[in-house]
Design a protein around this ligand. Structure first.
Ligand SMILES: Cc1ncc(COP(=O)(O)O)c(C=O)c1O
Length: 397
């Protein structure tokens, strides 16, 4: 068994030169042509293409406006500021997320508070949220983990009852829907990521969908140094326009060079989603009888975004630990990910907040057993078969 795990594979696997990079995005000729055109066009910074991407993303979400920014981390940071949160205000979020979620709360000067997850859905558990509410709680920051929507009816009821803002971390959840509504439109702010591994990409990039017009306008100003509205037009052919600095903002704008990629990717969002759904189903079928945990089936009246296919490997059950499994897959030239070791496992948060993994037992257990398998729309059928074979082989089956 150890021998198998350490890489002496039973069967011939992919060649090293053909290593399957985890999360490698599908990039097509149209994006490449648009990037070249943008580079040759004389303007690659924030401009008309970023504005067009905002309009088309807003149309996809069925909302009137969206603000393109440099990352989802920036989107979260600016949303928390625009929500009016102050020093000491508490924001309840999940321990089963990327550090960016918690860091954004800290960047905004607020205090993160963790509520444990539901062990089946891996999403924040509304009952745990209720238990964490104090007089200082001002916002909920749910993460639609892996693209599965959180229990938004319950979270919205809690928010209404306690007068809280909702900021949705939709980094995994561009296509996610819950009872006919699109993720990012439940609360006051929805924050999206176009990072390289995401469902559609711009390289680095993010978007905010804010319910309030005033908040949306403020985020636009804060994302570009706090310069007055449309300051990005100052170099345009309408003549130089002076701007005013109206707040101390940030350098969080999206470039046209990034937006042209996003515009092309957005056209294929449904096709990519369908491909990931197919791969998801192939994995479900292939792994149904293996001694590993599989993602919960999508709930009725929802649309899962199929961003991550996460399996759980419990060493006591398989004889192979999670970390041995990671090594074994890599040795078989299949790239894998970990989403995530739970937030309280990290030294910084332990030291600053005294968080312990054992205080969030469901998240801790997932964090110690989870592995994400490749799920990019770029995968060929042969890639998918290689992943399936490598999983079986690594488990010694
Ligand atoms: C759940 C979650 N939130 C936030 C982020 C931050 O996104 P970005 O890299 O666009 O800042 C990520 C990125 O991986 C994420 O997975």
């Amino acid at each position: 068994m150890t021998q198998l795990v350490d890489g002496a594979a039973k069967t011939a696997f992919r060649r090293r030169s053909d290593f399957l990079v985890f999360g490698s995005p599908a990039i097509e000729d149209a994006e490449i042509a648009e990037v070249v055109a943008c580079l040759k066009g004389g303007w690659i910074g924030t401009g008309p293409k970023a504005a067009q991407f905002e309009r088309e993303f807003a149309a996809y979400k069925g909302v009137s406006q969206a603000v393109a920014v440099s990352s989802c981390t920036a989107a979260l940071h600016l949303s928390i500021l625009a929500a009016g949160l102050m020093q000491g205000d508490e924001v309840i979020t999940t321990p089963m997320t990327f550090c960016a979620t918690v860091n954004a709360i800290l960047h905004a000067g607020a205090t993160p508070v963790l509520a444990d997850v539901d062990p089946r859905t891996m999403n924040i558990d509304p009952q745990s949220v209720e238990r964490k509410i104090t007089k200082k709680t001002k916002a909920l920051l749910p993460v639609h983990f892996a693209g599965r929507p959180c229990e938004m009816d319950e979270l919205a009821a809690i928010a209404r009852k306690h007068g809280l803002k909702i900021i949705e971390d939709c980094a995994h959840a561009i296509e996610t829907e819950y009872c006919g509504r699109k993720a990012g439109t439940f609360g006051d702010f929805g924050c999206f990521s176009f990072y390289v591994t995401k469902n559609i990409i711009t390289g680095e990039g993010g978007m905010v969908v804010a319910a309030g017009e005033r908040e949306s306008a403020r985020i636009k100003v804060l994302a570009l140094h706090g310069m007055s509205k449309d300051a990005w037009k100052r170099f345009g052919d309408e003549g130089y326009k002076h701007y005013e600095v109206v707040e101390c903002g940030f350098k969080y704008n999206m470039m046209d060079l990034q937006a042209v990629i996003g515009l092309q990717q957005l056209k294929r969002i449904d096709a990519y989603w369908k491909r990931r759904e197919q791969i998801w189903q192939q994995y479900d079928e292939a792994f149904a009888k293996l001694p590993i945990g599989l993602p919960a089936a999508p709930a009725a009246d929802t649309q899962h975004a199929y961003h991550l296919y996460t399996i759980l490997v419990d060493g006591a059950r398989t004889g192979v630990s999670r970390d041995q499994f990671l090594t074994g897959m890599t040795a078989r030239n299949i790239g894998v990910g970990v989403h995530y070791r739970s937030v309280p496992e990290h030294q910084y948060y332990q030291e600053r907040f005294g968080w312990r993994p054992s205080d969030f037992p469901h998240a801790a257990k997932i964090g110690q057993q989870t592995i994400s398998l490749p799920l990019s729309a770029k995968l060929t059928d042969a890639d998918v078969q290689d992943v399936i074979a490598a999983v079986r082989d690594t488990l010694g089956l």
